[in-house]
Each structure stands twice: as structure tokens, then as C-alpha cells.
Design a binder for this molecule. Sequence first.
Ligand code: FHN
Length: 410
Amino acid sequence: MNSIKAAADQDLKTKWWTDARFGMFIHWGLYAIPAKGEWIMYAERTPVQEYEKWAAQFNPTKFNANAWVKLAKDAGMRYIVITAKHHDGFAMFHSRSDTYNIVDATPFGRDPMLELAEACKEAGIALCFYYSHVIDWHHPDSMHKEHNNTWDYNQEEKQFSKYWHGKVKPQLTELLTEYGRVGLLWFDTAGGLSEENSRDIVQHVRNLQPDCLINSRVSHIMGMGDYVSKGDNEIGMSGEDTRPWETPMTLNQSWGYTTKDQVWKSTESLLHKLVNVIGKGGNLLLNVGPSPEGTIPELSADRLREVGEWTHRNAEAIYGTTGSPFPCELTWGAVTTKPGRVYLHIHNDKWPEHEVRVHGIRNRITRAYMLADPNQRELKVVQTYEVSLDLYTLILEVPSQPSDTHVSVL
Ligand code: FHN
């Protein structure tokens, strides 16, 4: 296959996801019970036998897949990535290859991934799974270059292939064959994974669901996977990545449920971050950490609903757009585009007194209006043509007040 055709096929494969722009990340597991985040087992060097006791208590009877999916939809999120297995090794789905899972090891006895798969299908949301493929503090043979369970297991005795072929690959087979179409697999912390195993896992996914996307954290080998996962909460610079990319982001400062961390990002700050990401051509994957009862904390849900009011009003300027064509950072906000359209996302706290100037526009603008204005009243536009550059400068007269909450789009 020639490289132009291969690149076009790859664009087509990722299109649903690059169009979606905004997704919900869910970190949910036994660690919700102690409520100190998902690293508690490692942080406190909890012995496996002790940690397993949380499973005997885990009974999230308030879990309602439809309610979670509805919240994601209300927020304007178009895909969900949920921890099918995090570093603690506990499967949040009915795994036939390892009884350390939510159906066999808890009084709850239901498979939330099945319920989510159904709810997502009904709502038109893509369901995706997070799977910790290298770190597994429960399995005696998992091996990461740094973060291993050294308190229960002897490092010298580890046989990684037992973990790889006995747990990782069989569980991935289950996730990719029993839950319908999986939008993407979100791998994490590949530290120390060999090139052979990296290629093996990618091929395994491709064999089972060729259209399932894979994030770059599957391996440390450059260019693996279908898109780049940026660092946690990292937005980066325009044009930094040649491949599609995504920022995973917390709502407070934690991924898993915690009662301690109450440092919440405001709705305004979340909207600024969302437009910053999409203006640079990326996706935002915003996290919630559900409680041990199975509910999404109200402080998270409230913020997501507020974000959703904005995303629904401004859907046209978010989904299916590409990032700003301008190479520079914009001090007042962000730009997204679609064929024949330029959207200026202006932070309300940077609202200009009279006008906005945008340099370097390739085509003449025929009409400008505020996106939140149902009557689409025309704004006055002056355009000057720079002959030497073959580009226009746009001078847009703006109303005295912004038209929307936190960020106004025109
Ligand atoms: O160690 C994990 C962490 O718990 C969380 O899952 C994040 C999400 O991006 N990934 C790892 C750290 O980067």
C-alpha cells in the first residue's frame, strides 16, 4: 500500500474520534472504598490478601449505567473510557480467565461493563476500555520497570510471560469479544515493556477488532498506536504532534474517588481548557471518579452539566472541527475551523472593548455573528488585504457584552 493511501485510511479510521473531541474518563475500582485514590495499594504497600477484602465489601448498588451515560451526553462528551482493570489488577468486568473480578469476587455480582455497553449503544456513545497492561499489583508475575508489588512478591522469581499469556491477553480477548464494538483501548504506563510484547499486544487487538483505536501509551516505542496520549493534564503547544492527540484531565487533582481532594477546577477553567485543547486540534478526556456506591460525585456532575450547557449551544464550533490554522498562541482564546467557517472562542474575561483583530485569514469573510445569538445578527466586519502575503486581516466589531457564559464564540 502506498503511504498516501495508508495515511488516508488511517485518517478515516480515527475520524469518529477526532470528530468527537470530548470524552469522559472514568476511574472506578475497589480503591473507591478507602477513598484515597487509585494508587492506595502501592502507596500503603497493602498486602494482596488485605486488599482483596475490599472486593468482599464492594457493592455499588446505586450504579446506573444509563445515568452515567446520560451525564456524559449532557456534558457533550461523545465517548467514554472506563477502567476495565487498573493497576490494582481487579477486573471491573466478568473475566472468565481470572476470578479476581467484580462478578465473581463481590456481593454486587453484576457486570457494569455489559450494562455500560448496552447503555452506550442505545445513546450513540462509543464505549472504550482502559486496561493497565504492565502494572498489576495483584498478579505475582507482572513486571514494570519501577512500580511493582515488591511487598508480596519476589522480583527474582517473576515470569512475565505467565502474566502476559495467562491474564493480559485472555482478558483483552474477553473485552474485545464480549462487549460489542470497542471504540478504543487505553493502555497506560508501559515502563519496561519489550518491543516484542508491544507489537504482540497491538497485533492482538488488531486481530480481534481491527477498527479499535489504540493509544500511544501502549508502548515506549515511538509511533505505536493510533494516536498520542499527552501527559496527564498536559495541553502542549500548537503543532507539537503530527498525529491526532488527546489530553487526559482530572476535574480535581485525583483520578480515583477520594474524599480528601477538594481542589476542583471551576466550570470557567474547564471551558477554557476545552477550547484550548480543541483549538490546538486535540481531544479532551475529562475524568470522573465514581463512589463505592456507584454514583458520580455531585460536585463533578454539576460541573459537567454546566460544561454541557455550553457545549450544546456551541456544538457547531466543537465537533468535527479542526484546530486553529494560526501558528501562534492566542491570548484571548482559541480558534476552530470547518470548511467555509472560522470560529473564534473568546474568553469572556478577555472580552475586547470594541473589536477583535485576526491576521492571516486566507479567504474573504462574508458574514460574522455570535454563535449564541439565535437571530444570528450580523456583526460589522472590515477586512484589509495584505497583497504581499495574499492574506486578509479581519477587524470584527463586537457587542459591548459577551454573549455566552465564560467563553463566547463568534
Ligand atoms: O498511574 C496512572 C494513574 O493512576 C491514572 O490512571 C493516569 C491517567 O492518565 N495514568 C497513570 C499515570 O499517568
